[in-house]
Structure formats: C-alpha cells, structure tokens
Design a binder for this molecule. Structure first.
Ligand SMILES: [Zn+2]
Length: 145
C-alpha cells in the first residue's frame, strides 16, 4: 500500500519563531504563529482524508475477481486505520486551536510550566512539558507491561 506522504507528522514548512528579547511567552504574535501552523496542518490533513476516502471508493469499484478481494480488504482495513488516525489527529488539532482561541496554549497541563516554543514547533499539539511527557511515557510502559 503506497503511502505518498505522512500528513500525520507535524508540518515542517514554517519559519521558526524568533522571540524578541524579553518578549512575553505566548503573546498574541506567538499564538498567531501556532494558529497558522495548526491551520496549515489541518488543511493538509483534510486533503489527505479526502484522498483516502476517494481511494476507498475507487478500490471498491476496481475489484471484481474474488482473489483480488482479499488483497483489497487488507488494503481497506489499512486505509480505515489510517483514516481513524487522521480523524483523531484532526480532533486533537481542533482542540488545540480552541486552546489558542481561549489563550490557554503552550503550558503543561500537568505542572503548568511553559512547554516552550521549539518543542511546540516540533509538536504543535503537545500538552505536556518534556519532563511530564517522559514521566507519562514511563508510566504507560510500566502499565503496558
Ligand atoms: Zn509538566
């Protein structure tokens, strides 16, 4: 199954934000910067979802031979999983944009520290600082065995 581009990865095509000395963290300009990144990402993802749906429809029409149908169904479940991931990510992006609108963006949900511009540029939907994220992952690993 050819996957042309991974839109589920955060976009890289933006100019990294350079805050002026003493600039307030998450002021209007910074919030706008991240809003643009998230809106661009959302746009890309929605186009990708369209493509996945169209692909599913085309596949449904293209296979008449039962032997091909097994292959087709494998492709289906893969694409459905991809779609599911895209949908979850879109939800997350929308929630993040809401946080920006509410001026509640860029701070760790667990401990309240600034997540940081560079980290947010790499992961615009991050809600935890590096420390809390590491801790959460450790816990997850222990619970998951
Ligand atoms: Zn934290």
């Amino acid at each position: 199954m050819p996957v042309a581009e991974k839109k589920t990865e955060a976009p890289k095509k933006f100019t990294p934000y350079e805050p002026a000395p003493g600039e307030e963290y998450m002021n209007e300009k910074q919030l706008e910067h991240f809003r643009q990144i998230l809106l661009g990402w959302k746009q890309d993802l929605m186009e990708e979802v369209d493509r996945t749906v169209r692909h599913l429809q085309e596949d449904a029409n293209n296979y008449a031979d039962p032997a091909d149908r097994a292959t087709q169904e494998e492709g289906f479940s893969l694409e459905l999983r991809t779609r599911d991931r895209e949908r979850k990510l879109l939800k997350k992006i929308n929630e993040t944009i809401e946080k920006i609108d509410e001026d509640d963006y860029g701070f760790c949900e667990a401990c309240g520290v600034e997540i940081g511009i560079r980290r947010l540029e790499a992961r615009p939907t991050a809600t935890l600082c590096v420390d809390c994220k590491t801790l959460a992952e450790l816990k997850e690993k222990q619970l998951g065995g």
